[in-house]
Design a protein around this ligand. Structure first.
Ligand code: SIN
Ligand code: MN
Length: 207
């Protein structure tokens, strides 16, 4: 079923990139759903354990949300302001099911917002309890230069511009691969009228 309806992804170092997976109306609908999540659970600039403010703003939906503060990186069942994280929007769960074929619902939908000049350094997604499940990553809004490496810090990397509607699946060998966003092309898309880029990642956090 999956194979018939899906265009084959570009494969780069184990990362599967589905270019243009979401069409314009689907992107607009998803942005509206994400705005609603951010209304209930406001975006914040997380601070690393070393006290440095991250340039991206974040919030989450789902059973748990990813947070970073003086206590380090971790998943928490509540937003730092005390509310529960809103449910993961249905359209986002559809992308997970379509691309992975996995029935299990992800525990966390982390939502990153990149304003002008925001970036994300190379890192591994390794705060989850089970690396057998892939991470699914959706891009909306401005183009972002996505850098992909291997599982060792300091290894060779390759870069690709991700555009609004693109989806990346990080599974198998790429599940623990280093990745990051060097820069965005602020104002390159009209999907977010005030510019900026949204990235959504879906993760299974516990068994
Ligand atoms: C992330 O690794 O959490 C974000 C990746 C991206 O913004 O494309
Ligand atoms: Mn990541």
């Amino acid at each position: 079923m999956r194979a018939e309806i899906l265009r084959s992804p570009i494969k780069i170092a184990g990362f599967e990139v589905f270019k243009g997976h979401l069409d314009g109306p689907a992107q607009t609908k998803m942005v509206a759903e994400l705005r609603e999540v951010a209304r209930v659970a406001p975006m914040r600039h997380p601070v690393t354990r070393f006290g440095k403010q991250m340039s991206v703003q974040m919030t989450s939906a789902g059973r748990v949300g990813w947070i970073s503060d003086a206590g380090g990186y971790r998943y928490e069942p509540r937003h730092p302001d005390g509310m529960q994280w809103p449910p993961i929007p249905a359209g986002i769960l559809d992308v997970w099911r379509t691309l992975t074929g996995i029935e299990r619902t992800p525990d966390c939908c982390l939502i990153n917002f990149y304003g002008e000049g925001a970036r994300m350094g190379l890192h591994q997604d390794n705060d989850e309890g089970d690396f057998a499940y892939p991470v699914v990553s959706l891009s909306l809004g401005d183009d972002g230069l996505f850098r992909m490496g291997g599982t060792e810090r300091g290894g060779k990397t390759q870069s690709l511009w991700l555009s609004s509607g693109d989806v990346v699946v990080m599974g198998g060998a790429a599940r623990l691969a280093y990745h990051g966003v060097d820069r965005i092309r602020f104002g390159s898309s009209s999907v977010l009228p005030d510019g900026g880029r949204i990235n959504v990642t879906l993760r299974v956090v516990s068994h």
